[in-house]
Design a protein around this ligand. Structure first.
Ligand code: FAD
Length: 537
């Protein structure tokens, strides 16, 4: 099969004439074009009055060799890479000591699925509840100001991204096409087929819930076991080798292989692992606010007369500003047509994040506006970043009035440095509510300074970005893990054999897709290690 990349067509180009465009590009007749399918469809909106669709298309022709020879100097016409997923092992019989996965977010889910597909019958332990019960608890915070520390936006079936926009793209290097495997499994479990070919796919929260349930059923059908409300509270390590895990219930599970797919919010578990001597180190992350604008403003600024075009959908943005004080300010986890969500997992703390439905049809666009920080800002042991996050999350709780409302301020007031007392034209979406105040003391001084400088600078890229009535809510602290559980080339912990730290919590992923990809990587490493160990016996 031949792949054409960067095939640029006007936005209005009729989809049913694609074969003509393909044949023209290849200089062949329609009859010579045996088959084709769209591998990716994106758009280039840099010139908003001349937005073009950008296709990657896989083509079958009669004489592939001749065609490739004709286009040998053309970087956009090449043999299509083979993206078929191949298992590294296949067991007829599960091992006596089954591998254990801690955490059932995207990383644990993909690791569990791949291990189950290879015949390893993994045991998956998740501290939170099944997704539908978890939804009720999450709404408990959003609607009744009641936080359940074990069942919330961070903890429970599906992991942190279950109540999210479900964006499924990533900038990771993926030479083995694991991302394709993740997306293919998601589609098999009910995600919309288009996630396989649009350049910035998303699922939206409702569809994610169903998809996660279907994947759980598949793992179970393959002999895997998923246990909910089973928090791992200790690990058994003997002579530098992992030998089992302890649960909060007092139960002990013996195993020689554990994938730790904890996410970035398992602070108590990080502390336990630190006390047990598992190697970990500090890592940079970011903190800041959520910002909300009318989605129509973003659509107009990005797409001009094409705003509302079905192929483009609700517009997103990606912004970066290098502030005079040396800090980088950037947009994070932008959710078009969505809402800001309460994402705390500890009592007495407030954390923001964002989510949307598949339709992205809500009134407001929201995004994190965050400032990069490094361990120099929170010196100390590997857990110091967590304490730093806690400090600002507690401050936000206090500034929000002490009832899980988020402290908020109009952008115009924030730039002027005066407290907000009244909302303007933008109605913030955060539930259980926004408490207007002055955000000047809600983050370190350097972060406030950098964001104050960045907002007007962003106006130059998106007209209206620093509009007076846009709303800031805070604080956004769970942007990525503040620590890394460093692993060696075999993907095992540097000092505990049999322990495979993985996903976002271990510092090896940032987002749903990359966490899923890392899950596959560690599952393969574990499978290889386990089968080789059996051969050696
Ligand atoms: P997690 O998804 O955090 O899963 C870890 C799991 O481990 C949790 O379910 C937790 O309960 C469990 N666990 C923790 N400790 C223990 C223990 N001791 N015992 C048993 N179980 C334990 N990313 C995107 O790519 N696109 C988005 O649109 C997007 N939106 C987001 C919106 C929100 C509101 C949030 C919070 C995050 C969003 N993210 C998004 C980020 C994304 O969700 C994470 O990057 C991803 O979920 C990380 O996957 P993970 O499997 O590594 O960890």
């Amino acid at each position: 099969m031949i792949r054409i990349t960067d095939l640029r067509l006007p936005l209005e180009y009729p989809a049913d004439s694609l074969s003509t465009a393909v044949a023209e590009r290849l200089g062949i007749t329609i009859a010579e074009l045996l088959d084709f399918n769209v591998f990716k469809r994106g758009y280039d909106a840099r010139k908003r009055d001349a937005i073009v669709l950008v296709y990657t298309i896989d083509v079958t022709v009669q004489d592939e060799t001749a065609l490739l020879a004709t286009f040998s100097a053309d970087p956009h016409i090449k043999i299509a890479p083979d993206t078929t997923y191949r298992f590294v092992a296949h067991l007829q019989e599960a091992p006596d000591l089954r591998p254990v996965i801690v955490g059932f977010g995207p990383c644990g889910l993909m690791a569990g699925l791949v291990l189950a597909q290879m015949g390893f019958r993994p045991i998956i332990l998740e501290r939170g509840k099944k997704v539908r019960e978890r939804t009720k608890d999450t709404w408990g915070l959003w609607r009744k100001n009641q936080l359940n520390p074990e069942s919330n936006v961070q903890f429970g079936e599906g992991g942190a991204g279950t109540f999210s926009d479900g964006k499924l793209y990533s900038q990771i290097k993926d030479p083995k096409h694991y991302g394709r495997k993740v997306l293919t499994e998601f589609v098999k479990a009910g995600a919309p087929e288009e996630i396989l070919y649009v350049s910035k796919p998303h699922i939206g929260t409702f569809r994610l819930v169903k998809m996660v349930e279907n994947m759980r059923a598949q793992i179970e059908a393959l002999g895997g076991e998923i246990r909910f409300q089973q928090q791992v509270t200790d690990v058994l390590i003997e002579d530098g080798h992992l030998r089992g895990v302890m649960l909060a219930t007092g139960e002990q599970i013996r195993t020689d292989h554990v994938i730790l797919a904890l996410g970035h919010s398992a602070r108590d578990t990080f502390q336990m692992l630190h006390e047990r001597g598992v190697f970990m180190e500090q890592k940079p992350f970011s903190l800041g606010f959520r910002i909300e604008h009318p989605q129509t403003l973003i659509d107009q600024a990005r797409f001009g007369k094409h705003a509302g075009n079905e192929l483009l959908g609700a517009a997103d943005y990606k912004l970066v500003h290098h502030a005079k004080n040396g800090r980088d300010v950037y947009s994070f986890c932008m959710c078009p047509g969505g809402q800001v969500v309460a994402a705390a997992s500890e009592p007495g703390r407030v954390v923001t994040n964002g989510m949307s439905q598949y339709s992205r049809a809500e009134r407001n666009a929201n995004a994190g506006i965050v400032v990069g920080i490094t361990p120099k800002d929170y010196p100390g042991n590997p857990l110091a970043g967590i304490e730093f996050q806690r400090q600002w999350e507690s401050r936000a709780y206090e500034l929000g009035g002490g009832n899980y409302e988020a402290p908020g301020q109009l952008v115009g007031d924030f730039i002027k440095g005066i407290a907000s007392t009244q909302l303007g034209s933008v109605e913030p979406s955060y539930q259980p509510g926004v408490h207007l105040t002055d955000l000047a003391t809600s983050l370190p001084k350097y972060a406030i300074e950098a964001i104050r400088e960045a907002l007007p600078a962003f106006e130059r890229q998106i007209k209206g970005f620093s509009m007076y009535d846009a709303v800031l809510t805070g604080v956004e602290t769970r942007t990525s893990s503040p620590l890394r559980m460093t692993r060696g080339e075999d993907l095992q912990s540097l000092n505990v054999k049999g322990l495979f730290p993985a996903g976002e919590g271990a510092g090896y992923a940032g987002g749903i897709l990359s966490a899923g990809v890392d899950g596959i990587r560690v599952a393969e490493a574990l499978a290889t290690q386990l089968t080789e160990a059996n051969h050696d016996r």
